[in-house]
Design a protein around this ligand. Structure first.
Ligand code: UD1
Length: 372
């Protein structure tokens, strides 16, 4: 019997887990000729930021856990590179899959490509054109060196083609994050998180904020917290807080602002199923995340994105997402409009149908790996 073809998918930070879980499932139908392994860099390591997602998404224990943890960008990226090179020497993958735009994505792509291992980028071609975002640098650099590009939306196809990447290796497959949403929606129906937090369906706003541009600057963070505290006198606000944000709140001494919010509920980061349950029954979502713009579009929940740019324009063009300046006045106006004016009706973007990972596996098996 010939040796199985070995594929390694990299996960590192929270938004990677829901993108890789469906890819792992999709490769099962190609076993035993194809083996799919998950390598976890450990960029995110807290139970709430990592382990909970493996359970909720029914992912197996990773084949390798690199245990990198936090650090400066250079430190984190460099540590992932050194450890992943060793992993590649040991596992000898025939193909590496990286997803999204986190530091682990560029670190592992750079290692694999330089070792002569074919590398595929899932969620390729997205651009915010804001180079102050670390994720934008990761996207540009990862796309520049990969061999195969799998895109979620038309803007990605266009950007990659305009950049001169070979069209025959650009595959418009849809969104694996939405595959996970389809997978988990019935479980989210069973979640008891609303009762636990004493929230009523459709009567609360869900908030997430963790971008360095919103939370690292004390003036910006203070004004965001003040507006949330103010809004919470009229409507319950639930804010599952990213560790970066809670650390900054402690560091800057802003706990009192939170305490002043009448119905402002701060929680630890939620697992995937509970977060989905909170999202699908929210009146609106206010966020600076990338993936939440996509999930709310599919769920039809109004999403206010407090960022000056989005790398996911289809969520604004077709979906329920609106972009606003991340300042208190713009947030107040947007929330007032959501409550008092007719809401933007969205549609689901093409191929966001829960089958993106199946397309990726099929294309890799039939068109890419065979041709190598
Ligand atoms: C990273 C990604 C971002 C993604 C986000 C989702 C990059 C450049 N950014 O940002 O695209 O939207 O993850 O969460 O890769 N921390 C913990 N426990 C953890 C993880 C982080 O306490 O499990 C704390 C640490 O203090 C750390 C800080 O959060 O220094 C930031 O973590 P890091 O992974 O560096 O970046 P994120 O802001 O999470």
């Amino acid at each position: 019997m010939s040796k199985p073809i070995r594929i390694v998918s990299v996960v590192g930070a929270r938004p990677n887990f829901m993108k890789v879980a469906p890819i792992h499932r999709a490769f099962k139908q190609y076993a035993p000729e194809y083996e799919h392994h998950i390598v976890h860099t450990g960029q995110h390591y807290d139970a709430a930021m990592s382990d909970a997602f493996f359970q909720d998404l029914e992912m197996p224990t990773p084949t390798v856990f690199l245990g990198i943890g936090s650090g400066s960008h250079a430190e984190q990226t460099a540590k992932v590179m050194i450890a992943f090179e060793q992993t590649c020497l040991e596992l000898k993958p025939d193909l590496v899959i990286v997803v999204g735009d986190v530091n682990s994505t560029i670190a592992c792509a750079l290692v694999a490509v330089k070792m002569g291992i074919k590398t595929a980028h899932v969620e390729a071609g997205l651009r915010s054109y804001d180079r102050s975002m670390p994720e934008e640098i990761n996207r540009i650099a990862t796309d520049a060196i990969c061999d195969y590009w799998f895109t979620t939306e038309e803007s990605g196809n266009r950007i990659l083609k305009e950049s001169g990447f070979p069209e025959k290796h650009i595959f418009f497959v849809g969104n694996t994050m939405i595959d996970s949403l389809h997978f988990a929606l019935s479980k989210a129906e069973q979640s008891t998180v609303l009762q636990e937090l004493d929230l009523k369906k459709g009567a609360y706003g869900l908030v997430t904020m963790h971008r360095p541009s919103n939370v690292d600057d004390p003036v910006q963070l203070q004004s965001l917290l003040e507006i949330l505290a103010k809004i919470s006198s009229e409507r319950a606000i639930v804010f599952p807080m990213h560790p970066r944000t809670s650390t900054k709140i402690r560091e800057y001494g802003f706990a009192d602002i939170i305490r002043s919010g009448k119905q402002l509920v701060i929680t630890h980061p939620k697992g995937y199923i509970d977060f989905l349950a909170l999202m699908k029954d929210a009146d609106f979502v206010l966020t600076d995340s990338g993936g939440i713009q996509e999930e709310t579009t599919v769920l039809g929940i109004p999403c206010i994105t407090a960022r000056t740019t989005t790398e996911r324009p289809v969520t604004v063009e077709m979906g329920t997402n609106i972009l606003i300046q991340p300042n208190p006045q713009a947030i107040s106006t947007a929330l007032h409009d959501i409550v008092h004016l007719p809401r933007k009706q969205g549609a689901i973007p093409p191929l966001w149908d829960g089958k993106a990972a199946e397309r990726i596996a099929e294309i890799l098996v039939t068109q890419c790996i065979k041709a190598q």
